[in-house]
Design a protein around this ligand. Structure first.
Ligand SMILES: [Zn+2]
Length: 184
């Protein structure tokens, strides 16, 4: 299930909370101007990863990750026939990790690396973000206290950052086209 644990055997270890931490084997540090790997200490990276990993199910983890990705739709909508894939590809995503209970902006590489995510899993989440759905629609189902805690925390910090007044497109379930609707 946790297929991103693909580190070389013998290099992962278990931290004080009993969380198995995979080895840092996902490549070199980023070159972005945020200097994520320099500005976020190993301990903070560990904290972010532990918080993520402690969520008991993959759905909760996905929900948590979605809360850490800010979706900025592409401004010009050239054609309503534009596919969701194309639309997502042209849009901007801003990534955050939770450090000391605060959201810290990081680049995509750091986001993947700090959470030990595969690019494939992230792409799947990105495809779902515009329609506001989680990988597995959990409406009406019980969500664990852990998830609520994580998402509440994110929502609180959301209020402290300026909101983008943008309209999110709504994907119709019957087609890959979208119609633009203004979120209130
Ligand atoms: Zn970076």
């Amino acid at each position: 299930m946790y297929y991103f644990f693909c580190s070389v055997k013998g290099t992962e270890y278990t931290n004080y909370k009993g969380v198995v931490v995979p080895a840092k084997s996902m490549g070199t540090a980023c070159n972005c101007k945020l200097k994520c790997f320099k500005n976020i200490s190993d301990n903070q990276q560990m904290e972010a990863y532990t918080k993520f990993y402690n969520l008991s199910t993959k759905d909760e983890q996905d929900l948590y990750l979605q809360g850490l990705i800010h979706f900025k739709p592409v401004q010009q909508r050239r054609s309503l026939a534009q596919s969701r894939e194309e639309y997502v590809r042209n849009s901007t995503f801003i990534y955050y990790i939770i450090v000391d209970s605060q959201r810290n902006k990081v680049c995509k590489k750091a986001f993947l690396n700090f959470h030990f995510l595969s690019n494939k899993r992230l792409q799947r989440l990105q495809q779902l973000l515009p329609s506001g759905t989680t990988p597995k629609d959990k409406r009406g189902k019980q969500v664990s206290a852990n998830t609520i805690l994580a998402t509440e925390k994110i929502r609180i910090h959301e209020h402290t950052t300026p909101l983008d007044h943008i309209s999110l497109p709504q994907f119709r379930s019957d087609s890959e086209n979208y119609v633009s609707t203004k979120l209130s």
